[in-house]
Design a protein around this ligand. Structure first.
Ligand code: GLC
Length: 472
């Protein structure tokens, strides 16, 4: 059942309340997604755009209430779409009742988080130390992200039980499954053994067999669809990707698939010139992974036409003509949306990542202007802007638009036997930015020529030389 699925991601504030989202379902359904993944809709102080959860079983008032959620589920169901919720499992908000009780030594909650007497030299993902001192508790706590996002202690069975209840709560209310946030950094074993990471930071702080087993127990169910988000690190080795994904999840992102093009070790506040050859080599290899979810965009990345300086139709071809079984598109991607025109003043940025990035760049000696230039290119806030529905209507009326192109290419991805079953063979070419490959199934072979730099037309043609799809 879970062999090939299209996922459509919504960052809810970009559309509005759950009622607003439900209203847009008939339009989104034209892209034929199997699932809509909603970034967090839970009660949150919103320090990290909802990824700092205060109560997993309450909907944030900005989105509505439980009956709005049920309405969304039923509207989506009418269009054969399941709703995936975002399970933020690595940490809570420091406003969560669990943390409030834990810092006060409540006997039941005292081991819900990772408390230590001596901090390690780790850096948090957003910059700055990953351990902070808590006056109330008189100890340090781990936070891989912001200091308001304390890490849960996943080796505590009580914490695991809490999530079992939360999962049940939402599936009882109609959720079809979950995207699991930061799914590869739950293990706290390195702490227990007192081992310091090889480098300051947590890039080698990977999932262990024990936590994979916990996740497997928690999430493996025929009834729900689960997709993992591994963060940080360099996902270049198969074994790491496999250990997490093949055991516990139906599918998984691999940030390396796009980061290998222009980022080093996932430090997304710096983009290097695109290394096309390396990128294409990894894409050809990785997209054959059975459970890989290929995404060119998300709420954490800048818009792909701006990031890769490519035409959106060619990027759509890259995503849907490769053998990927779980492609994920991010709201607005189907319009070819570019990076937003962001402010020159860092105080106007809502995202904690943008502000931390700015601080780090300034600390490293960049001038205000240099730091802001970098923030504007790589800020997550680029992709978190309101969806442009007037642009949507314009493109709806133009059958040459990016929107129509997405609908067509998804139709091919869903129905064309060569794209469903065909293997991939890369053709060598020395032209920069050009990716050529064959997809072959039975007696048919498609030849695909993609020009990411736009010097030539991108196309896919069959063995008779007929064009199946082209960007112009
Ligand atoms: C994930 C989310 C990101 C968030 C982080 C911490 O990487 O995608 O938006 O900041 O986890 O929860």
């Amino acid at each position: 059942m879970k062999k090939r699925k299209l996922i459509y991601q919504i960052y809810p504030t970009a559309i509005g309340s759950l009622r607003d989202i439900a209203e847009k379902i008939p339009l989104i359904a034209k892209l034929q997604p199997d699932y809509i993944w909603l970034s967090p809709i839970f009660l949150s102080p919103w320090v990290d755009g909802g990824y700092d959860v205060q109560d997993y079983c309450k909907i944030d008032p900005r989105f509505g209430n439980m009956s709005d959620f049920k309405n969304l589920v039923s509207v989506a169901k009418k269009h054969n779409i399941g709703i995936l919720l975002d399970l933020v499992i690595n940490h809570t908000s420091s406003e969560h009742m669990w943390f409030k009780k834990s810092e006060r030594h409540d006997p039941w909650y005292k081991d819900y988080y990772v408390w230590v007497d001596k901090p390690l030299n780790w850096n948090s993902f957003f910059g700055g130390p990953a351990f902070d001192y808590n006056e109330n508790r008189g100890k340090y706590y781990l936070h891989l992200f912001d200091r308001t996002q304390p890490d849960l202690n996943f080796s505590n069975p009580r914490v695991v039980h809490e999530f079992r209840q939360i999962i049940k709560f939402w599936t009882d209310h109609g959720a079809a499954g979950f995207r699991v946030d930061s799914a590869n950094v739950l293990a706290e074993d390195a702490l227990k053994s007192g081992v310091l990471p090889r480098i300051a930071g947590f890039f080698n702080y990977y999932q262990t067999k024990e936590t994979v087993a916990i996740l497997e127990k928690l999430l493996s169910s025929e009834k729900i669809f689960t997709i993992a988000e591994p963060i940080g690190g360099e996902f270049t080795t198969k074994s790491r990707f496999h250990e997490l994904t093949n055991k516990a999840f139906d599918a998984s992102f691999n940030v390396g698939t796009v980061d290998v093009a222009d980022t080093f070790l996932s430090i997304k506040d710096r983009f290097y010139p695109i290394k096309y050859r390396k990128w294409f080599r990894y894409l050809a290899k990785w997209t054959q992974e059975d459970k890989l979810s290929l995404a060119l965009e998300s709420h954490d990345m800048p818009r792909s036409p701006s990031r890769f300086k490519s035409d959106p139709k060619t990027l759509a071809m890259l995503q849907f003509l490769l053998p990927c079984k779980f492609p994920c598109i991010y709201q607005g991607q189907e319009l070819g949306t570019k990076n937003a025109k962001l402010s020159d003043n860092i105080d106007d940025y809502p995202g904690v990542q943008s502000r931390m990035m700015y601080r780090r760049l300034r600390k490293e000696g960049r001038t205000k202007r240099q730091a802001m230039r970098q923030v504007k290119i790589s800020s997550r806030d680029n992709a978190r802007q309101p969806m442009d529905w007037s642009e949507y209507l314009l493109q709806e009326g133009d059958d040459k638009s990016v929107l129509h192109f997405y609908r067509n290419i998804i139709d091919l991805w869903k129905n064309d036997p060569v794209l469903i079953h065909g293997d991939i063979k890369v053709k060598k070419t020395s032209r920069k930015g050009v990716f050529e490959f064959y997809r072959t199934y039975k007696k048919e072979s498609y030849f695909i020529h993609l020009d990411l730099k736009g010097h030539t037309k991108s196309y896919c043609k069959n063995s008779k030389g007929e064009i199946i799809i082209a960007n112009r």
